[in-house]
Design a protein. Sequence first.
Lengths: 312, 216
Amino acid sequence: MNNNLCLWWTGLIAAFLLAPLLKGIINKTKAIIVGRRGPKLLQPYYNIIKLLRKGCVRTTTSCGLLAWGPPVTLATAMIALLFLPYANQISPFAFTGDAFLFAYLLGLGRFALVLGAMDTGSSFEGMGSSREVQFAALAEGPLFAVLGFLAISSRSLNLSSMLTCPLPAQVPTVVAAVILAAGIAFVVLLVENCRVPFDDPETHLELTMIHEAMVLDYSGPDLGYILYGSCLKLWLMAAFVWLMLIPGDFGSPGLMMVLHILGILLSGVIIGIIESVTARFRFLKLPQFLLGSLGAALIALALTILTGRNLP
Amino acid sequence: MNESLNLILGAFLILNLLLASSSRLLHCIKLVAVQGILLGLMPLTLPHSPDSSAWEYLLVMCLNLVIKGVLLPVLLAYTMRKTDVRRELEPLVGYSASLVIILVLTGIAFWLGSLLPPEPHGASALVVPAALSTICTGLFLIITRRKAITQAIGFLVFENGVSIFGTGMMIHNGLLVELGLLLDVFALVFIMGIAVFNINRSFQHIDTHSLNALGD
């Protein structure tokens, strides 16, 4: 196995091992900003391990789809992680068009969770699913605009080469467009992972929940799978945004790896800060905000197309 | 390709989207001020043409910066405070719908821009789309926002679009045209300010739709 492939596998294993830590960092940042001591950094690990050791209670009114939700969500997140180019090393699983698979694996995980939630017949879960699907549908526009932007600027449909393509750093318009697109990808991260301006992961009121309302009926290992799956998804999207911003290869592979992990953990701090300083948006404002980010992503796209014509 | 010009034009496109979606009057006025300042900075990014003197350039630039970037927004904000208007815009078309419409109009602007022959001086390919999109945004704001003061804002945005076209295509029919345009805008916003003030004093609100019902 050559050196680059080793590095890629290190990145993948780091993602599996460190994903809950990212959530711990978010919670710790939030706690420090409001002046609390907050839960331990490793608390998400303890929670997941505790849940996995427990027994599982499932409602008897469900027809079995309920049990499918958590494993499918976890599995799709794990498979989607295989396509990212960690530390700018091309993924060994990459193929042309895997960007679409990446996007729809996330969609499949959500679909399984929504089906499971509907299966319980609880009205709260139905409401949660409805909202989740609505916002996910709206977030798909910006996500695909960003993917389209990457595809055009790197002239490829392969997620690995889309994210590792070196930027023409001498062209300020392209750099501005990349920063704009990465900002939109960050918005998509916040929607996909139910973070604060869109959903409050810590709410205890069923009426205001989106994602949390869908998982009310899960317990024990099922809930553990969902928690771990959501940690993986957060890591996945954070890695996506960070890889967009890193301009191709520079420095030694080891340095790239350290930068990669530090960058993702840093995004945890940024999410924590955002959650501390902003309130949640009104439901009515969310579609408007997502439409606006779609527009901004399309403008980034137009900027690259128009300037890209004159580039080599 | 002129990079800093492209950046400014891209910023104009984003500002248009923000204008369509912002629900606060003061926020709109600030956005228009930013547009004015960007417009003033635009001549700096263009190559200097031999047939116009530098001081004309500078004069137009400074006048743009001062009038569109500072004076008119301040005047609008002053009118807003004086007339005690409610801070919300009360749009006829919702903000999300406005955003979609502006996006579609921007798309059409890009299409129209691609139909035109390539620019003679090798100016940016973004000039026509940005100008048309700004013009459309201005007209759209005039049509769909109820307040007299937002119509003045819409007119300012519209006029910014016209100026982008002129400056970006490097049409130097000179100082006189630019000054005429500026005077035009200045006079209009001034009159609008006074009119808004008077409408407000007579009717206690500045909703222009009630004016439609007036007979003679």
